[in-house]
Design a binder for this molecule. Structure first.
Ligand SMILES: Nc1nc2c(ncn2[C@@H]2O[C@H](COP(=O)(O)OP(=O)(O)OP(=O)(O)O)[C@@H](O)[C@H]2O)c(=O)[nH]1
Ligand SMILES: [Mg+2]
Length: 324
């Protein structure tokens, strides 16, 4: 069953949605397409100097050195084989190369397990709780039963914040008082999810840095506790990343993956940053599923990641370039 409509379907249903995605990603589009477009519009010869400048423009738009260099060696090879004759051809090729990099990250939300157990992890303020709230609304809207687990027993008001999202989405939440063992909350929640025949259990967790060994150990304990009840649980360990941190996101994926094993990503706050090009760096380096991107604070601002729509929004097709 296709649980999530793609942005392209949304576009058909609600005219202008692609336009709105493009609006939300405006800062990243300006960082990427304005600079690249400007270089290519000058109608200069496609020489090594221009290709170097394009590479710098990609690095500046937060694709990172490794990804920008890989992209531009591909383009340079095609220029030298005379496959790309002019600036427009280079621009089109760039769009295709970026699409091919991002495409493996476009994956459907997992199905098949019941309850599907999802543990949300990430550093402080990345957007974990908000993303869980938005996802709960989305799944509920698709007819699923959802249970939230207030696994952040550490930060003041974290339980109330998740509770507010639970109320908005009209889904139940399992919690214990602040300071309780997060693994115990996860344990109770999984038992409740099974007893109530819940489709998806979303477990929040406290924000932490990889250097906070005690807190990282807590995640390992949550994982172990869940696996004792259900060997394959948690089925998904999703790392929420703040898109505004740019290249630091790469290190966060590495560190969280080392500690608990990350099965997928959500990248938030792409509406408020020019650093959205980091998605290409993440895709190139890890090719992990990027289930959702956050482009605002309300429930409908969580969008399934669609590589084509993303590339169109940040590096519009030639014909769209003046319009957006
Ligand atoms: N503009 C925008 N703001 C977002 C997005 N996602 C989250 N936020 C905001 O980011 C802030 C932090 O979000 P939280 O969900 O509390 O982050 P968290 O990872 O749970 O934080 P801790 O629990 O402190 O670790 C909140 O003010 C959210 O409204 C997004 O996609 N766009
Ligand atoms: Mg939180």
């Amino acid at each position: 069953m296709a649980l999530f409509r793609k942005a392209s379907d949304d576009k058909a249903a609600k005219p202008g949605l692609l336009g709105r995605l493009s609006e939300r990603l405006g800062a990243t589009r300006r960082a990427l397409s304005d600079n690249v477009g400007q270089l290519l519009r000058r109608k200069r010869a496609l020489d090594a100097g221009l290709l170097d400048e394009l590479e710098i423009a990609l690095i500046t738009a937060d694709l990172g050195v490794a990804t920008a260099s890989a992209v531009m060696s591909d383009i340079a090879r095609r220029v030298s084989r005379q496959e790309l004759g002019d600036a427009d051809a280079v621009y089109g090729a760039l769009r295709e190369v970026l699409y091919e990099i991002a495409r493996p990250c476009e994956r459907p939300w997992p199905g098949g397990e019941r309850p599907l157990v999802v543990l949300m992890v990430g550093i402080n303020g990345a957007g974990k709780t908000t993303t869980i709230g938005k996802l709960a609304s989305r799944l509920k809207g698709m007819g699923q039963s959802v249970l939230l687990a207030a696994g952040d027993t550490f930060r003041a008001a974290a339980i109330e914040q998740l509770g507010e999202w639970a109320r908005r989405a009209d889904v139940p939440m399992i919690s214990q008082p602040r300071g309780a063992d997060a693994a115990a909350v996860a344990h109770d929640a999984l038992q409740a999810a099974r007893a109530r025949g819940i489709d998806t259990l979303l477990i929040d967790s406290a924000g932490r840095l990889h250097t906070q060994t005690g807190l990282m150990d807590e995640l390992v304990k949550i994982k172990r506790t869940l696996a004792r009840l259900e060997p394959r649980a948690p089925h998904e360990i999703i790392l929420t990343l703040d898109g505004g941190i740019g290249q630091n996101a790469l290190m966060q994926v590495e560190e969280f993956h080392k500690a608990v094993g990350v099965t997928g990503l959500c990248v938030t706050k792409l509406d408020g940053t020019a650093k959205g090009g980091v998605i290409f760096a993440l895709a190139k380096r890890f090719a992990l599923p990027l289930y959702f991107v956050g482009v605002g604070e309300s429930a409908e601002d969580l969008r399934p990641f669609e590589a084509r729509a993303f590339v169109d929004a940040v590096l519009p097709a030639e014909t769209d370039r003046d319009r957006v």
